[in-house]
Design a protein around this ligand. Structure first.
Ligand code: PHB
Length: 567
């Protein structure tokens, strides 16, 4: 595809549009299409922008926490998901319907997804995925051509003539679906076959209107089948709010079998979803972001030319939207962001041009599903280990010691390392990702055990045999250990001094998810000769707490609407 710095169309750019904002959006979209990482020269090629421009945009996005600069590479970072989160929170559907979709996926043991209409395509806003081989599965934010899906014909029942025309034009201009990087390209066929294919979609839309459901019989790839039912919003005159899909593979269900066996249960779940939409109270407006204008000003002072302030300001406009803030006037946006009305207005004009914002109501603006194309899909299936890795590397660099992330194994007796940043220093405990150690004798384990209700900790009478002395200092008495865990809980950190191995001293702090639950722990291990216990507390603990805070911040953003695996 030729490099384009305006998005996918040739409409004239409005005179008031903010060029650096357009460029920043294009950089985010190219990174997203590339799966999350591109070298600076790769970005130069795919955007057609000058290298110096790419560098300035990248350093601005890095300052915002939206990308990381990793050697020559520019890498999407979890914070960028706050843009997609703004859309999903404003939309309100995931908050109300995701748990219903998840429950259905559990009950059927099949993947269930929710999709909204996005022009002549569909875009996923939720995925409750079963992990199975054989079939590609889509991510939140992926966009598919309507005609290759089951939800597509359902949405098409509401298309205007202009929308059908736009769809025909796209089909003619892009017969192989090159504009949809999430799907395999269609084999190029003849004009006659294309004509037949297009008529078939029109017929499927007509049938979907009559049936109230639709099938996808391997339209995307061989084996992949789906059945879909629209979720209608009683508050929007019964228009389709989103479509719920059950997705399977022909090795388990043919399309016809899917319809016969699972459609009734999908319909029941959809009826529940519609009841949820009818009964849910209007969401109370969440807090608007604060201090953004001050922050961008300070960053400009510090970074000078390497900080493109108009880009940073423009991006903050998207985060002004959210739960209970789906439709904002220009005044609302200016107030929420602290930007002048003139600046906010130019950003909104730019976004409207880019298809990221639409006019809504009389004087309002709303985000479009396209906001999810700004970094969301590649990060929507991340893991805590991946989120933590750059923060651990920074911590290890600052304290000159190895830093690790670990979780409790299902048995509750051991910890397992899931991420690690090692320094060159040689240590006798040879720990790598995957290593398991006894929870009771490690700082990481103590932090994880301390968060469990006492009855769930594997160290009472029956577990006493577990507490073996690994060094002369190992706590082996259950009640002493229980008191130590209470102490860890109260202080918010664990320090274990030569209990796992002589000469090894380690400090750990908890990592909490959005709900406050401890999901992992981070630690720094040192040789007893290098730092005293007091030095560990004075020098290392604050750095550890800072690191845990950053990991928690990223986890909070990434885990708001997407699932972050902790193993
Ligand atoms: C999916 O959720 O992966 C999905 C949904 C509908 C389709 C195909 C795939 O038609």
């Amino acid at each position: 595809m030729p490099a384009k710095t305006t998005l996918d169309d040739d409409r004239a750019v409005p005179a008031e549009a903010v060029t650096p904002l357009i460029r920043g959006v294009v950089v985010l979209r190219r990174l997203t299409e590339a799966g999350g990482t591109l070298s600076a020269s790769g970005l130069e090629r795919s955007t057609g922008l000058a290298r110096s421009t790419v560098d300035r945009i990248a350093s601005t996005l890095a300052r915002m926490g939206y990308v990381r600069l990793d050697g020559r590479d520019v890498v999407l970072a979890p914070r960028v998901m706050e843009l997609g989160n703004a859309y999903l929170a404003a939309l309100g559907l995931p908050a109300l319907l995701a748990s219903h979709a998840d429950a259905l996926a559990d009950a059927l043991d099949e993947s269930v997804s929710l999709a909204v209409a996005d022009r002549d395509g569909i875009r996923f806003i939720h995925q409750a995925t079963r992990r199975r081989a054989m079939s590609l599965s889509f991510r939140i934010g992926d966009r598919l051509p309507a005609e290759r899906t089951a939800p597509g014909p359902l949405f098409a029942t509401e298309w205007t003539d202009a929308q059908w025309r736009a769809w025909h034009e796209r089909r003619a201009a892009d017969p192989q679906d090159r504009g949809f990087p999430a799907v395999p390209p269609r084999e190029h066929t003849s004009p006659d076959e294309d004509e037949e294919y297009d008529q078939d979609f029109a017929r499927r839309a007509e049938r979907a209107g009559k049936d109230g459901w639709a099938l996808d019989d391997q339209l995307i790839e061989p084996g992949l089948v789906a059945v879909s039912v629209p979720v209608r919003d009683p508050r929007a005159g019964g228009r389709i709010a989103c479509v719920a899909n059950v997705v399977s593979h022909t090795s388990r269900h043919t399309a016809a079998h899917l319809r016969d066996t699972l459609l009734p249960r999908l319909r029941t779940a959809v009826a529940e979803m519609e009841r949820e939409l009818r009964e849910a109270p209007e969401p109370a407006p969440g807090p608007a972001p604060t201090g953004l204008a001050t922050w961008t000003g300070a960053s400009k002072q510090e970074l000078g030319r390497e900080f493109v302030e108009s880009l940073a300001r423009g991006l903050t406009v998207l985060t002004a939207f959210g739960a209970g803030r789906a439709e904002l006037t220009l005044t609302d946006v200016a107030r929420a962001t602290g930007l002048s009305r003139a600046t906010a207005r130019r950003a909104l004009i730019t976004y409207e041009h880019l298809g990221l914002v639409r006019q809504s109501g009389t004087r309002g603006f709303a985000l479009t599903p396209r906001v999810l194309s700004l970094g969301f899909p590649p990060l929507s299936r991340t893991s805590l280990a991946r989120i933590a890795a750059p923060h651990l590397a920074e911590l290890a660099y600052r304290v000159h010691e190895s830093a690790s992330l670990a979780v409790l194994t299902p048995s509750g007796e051991e910890i397992q390392y899931t991420a690690r940043a090692a320094t060159a220093r040689v240590m006798s405990v040879n720990v790598t990702v995957g290593t398991r150690l006894p929870a009771y004798a490690t700082s990481l384990g103590r932090v994880l055990l301390a968060d469990l209700p006492p009855g769930e900790r594997k160290l009472d009478a029956s577990g006493a045999a577990l507490l073996r002395p690994l060094t002369p200092r190992t706590i082996t008495d259950p009640s002493t250990l229980t008191a130590a865990l209470e102490d860890v809980r109260a202080r918010g950190y664990a320090l274990v001094d030569e209990e796992l191995e002589e000469g090894l001293r380690s400090v750990a702090v908890p990592v909490r998810d959005r709900t406050g639950r401890v999901v992992a722990a981070v630690n720094v291990a040192t040789h007893a000769a290098r730092r005293t216990v007091e030095e560990c507390v004075r020098e290392v603990l604050p750095e550890l707490l800072e690191t845990a805070g950053r990991v928690e911040g990223d986890l909070g953003v990434a885990g708001r609407f997407a699932r972050v695996s902790v193993e």
